[in-house]
Design a protein around this ligand. Structure first.
Ligand SMILES: N[C@@H](CCC(=O)N[C@@H](CS)C(=O)NCC(=O)O)C(=O)O
Length: 206
């Protein structure tokens, strides 16, 4: 069964995580940029794809032209991970999968969710709240140095969805971290940043 994949998005953390996951999975897709600044995501054409008016959205188009839309960046990441069994983005067995999920949800709940909250607080003029979120994110990311002290990657010796979640949020906050005390995280950040699929995904919406 041949499916065509179209990723709708913009250069934001949620879209980049989805784009990197598709690239690491080796899942062929086309990119369709949505101009957030022009409000394209609130226009009728995009609302027909995602009525929430949010990116990313992945269209899975079948041979007869019917399409299924997957929204939520993390659902798109799991789709990519399941699609490419050989890429082992979700671990290789029950235990390694649990370890991938443990680290994936660490970055999602301890850094990415606070980052979304901070962004919204900042937009609402609640700058103390935004600053508090930023401090929490820096603390969580600093702790992550421990995760890669004796492993190549966040959930062990294999690259996984946990590394993708970590990489995009760390890239967004890299100027707020004291890298002099994060030697393992620094080495990991370069290791991941050198992956061609990560580079392609990170520049998908340029
Ligand atoms: N929970 C969603 C959040 C999606 C989301 O908030 N997307 C942002 C860009 S990162 C967006 O479309 N913002 C436009 C708006 O809020 O008007 C996900 O993880 O995909």
């Amino acid at each position: 069964l041949d499916h065509q994949h179209i990723l709708y998005g913009a250069r934001t953390g949620n879209c980049l995580r989805a784009a990197v996951a598709l690239e690491e999975a080796g899942l062929p897709h086309t990119i369709r940029k949505i101009a957030l600044r022009r409000g394209e995501h609130k226009g009728a054409e995009f609302l027909a794809i995602n009525p929430l008016g949010l990116v990313p959205a992945l269209a899975v188009v079948d041979d007869s032209g019917g399409q299924t839309i997957i929204t939520e960046s993390n659902a798109i990441m799991f789709y990519a991970g399941e699609w490419a069994k050989d890429a082992h983005l979700l671990g290789v067995d029950l235990l390694s999968r649990a370890q991938v999920l443990e680290r994936f949800f660490y970055f999602l709940t301890e850094a990415i969710a606070p980052s979304m909250a901070g962004f919204k607080l900042g937009g609402a003029g609640i700058t103390d709240g935004a600053r508090y979120c930023d401090a929490k994110i820096a603390e969580s990311l600093t702790f992550a140095d421990n995760f890669v002290r004796s492993n190549l990657f966040m959930a062990g010796e294999r690259f996984s969805l946990a590394d993708i979640a970590a990489y995009t949020i760390i890239a967004a906050h890299q100027e707020k971290l004291d890298w002099s005390v994060l030697p393992s995280l620094d080495a990991w950040f370069h290791r991941v940043g050198e992956r061609p699929a990560v580079q392609r995904g990170m520049s998908a919406f340029n």
